[in-house]
Design a protein around this ligand. Structure first.
Ligand SMILES: N[C@@H](CCC(=O)N[C@@H](CS)C(=O)NCC(=O)O)C(=O)O
Length: 210
């Protein structure tokens, strides 16, 4: 038996959450190493070119991008059919990771910005959310079952929603609100948000999913 892949992760990071969601759906066991971004372990820095989480080491392969990690897991096993997604899903993920993430960071860290413009930044983030609202004619972005796009994007929508939940909940995007609420109470999401102690070299293996 080959050794399980190692996943360096950080519980609250939306990129790491999407990677854990796919690994959990695939049921491909990995050795999870929870790290702190302010205290990155040497073993992680030696592996990750970008120094970002998630980072997966599988044999000779190192995957430094959350989307690659999702595909790596789902290519091995995809019981829920997350890979059955039209091309438009990749476009949506690209918009999430590009302009939306930029707007999200500006909303989230407004107090740190010298040129903060909360109304404009919220409007920029909302443009993507309204696009999702229009797309959500079924329970998920592309029909009745979730795809990689849902699971890649939801952790970022969650992050924006919780910057100011009252504001988020009072906007006119009912399908988006329902989509997020269903995700937040889903066993898939709850199952990847367990807390793990910070990893140190020599610690016993933490198998994820359990
Ligand atoms: N391109 C990467 C981006 C991951 C990323 O930026 N993760 C953040 C945490 S949410 C990070 O590790 N930042 C490095 C740091 O804060 O030092 C991916 O999709 O996996």
């Amino acid at each position: 038996m080959s050794k399980p892949a190692i996943l360096y992760s950080f519980r609250r990071c939306p990129y790491a959450i999407r990677a854990r969601l796919a690994i959990s759906s695939a049921g491909v066991p990995v050795d999870l190493r929870e790290i702190k971004l302010r205290e990155k372990p040497a073993a992680f820095l030696a592996l990750s070119q970008s120094g970002t989480v998630p980072c997966l080491s599988a044999g000779a392969e190192v995957l430094d991008e959350s989307l690659e990690i999702m595909i790596w897991a789902l290519d091995q096993n995809d019981p829920a059919g997350w890979l059955q997604m039209p091309k438009a899903g990749h476009t949506l993920i690209g918009e999430c990771d590009g302009p939306f993430k930029k707007a999200l960071d500006r909303v989230k860290y407004a107090s740190r910005l010298s040129d903060a413009n909360p109304a404009q930044d919220r409007a920029n983030a909302s443009a993507f959310l309204l696009q999702l609202e229009a797309q959500l004619t079924a329970p998920y972005l592309f029909g009745n079952h979730p795809t990689v796009a849902d699971m890649a994007i939801l952790p970022f929508v969650r992050q924006l929603a919780f910057v100011d939940k009252i504001w988020f909940d009072t906007q006119c995007w009912p399908r988006l609100q329902k989509w997020l609420e269903a995700f937040l109470i889903s066993p898939s999401f709850i199952g990847v948000m367990d807390k793990y102690p910070q990893w140190s070299p020599g610690d016993p293996v933490t198998t994820f999913p359990e």
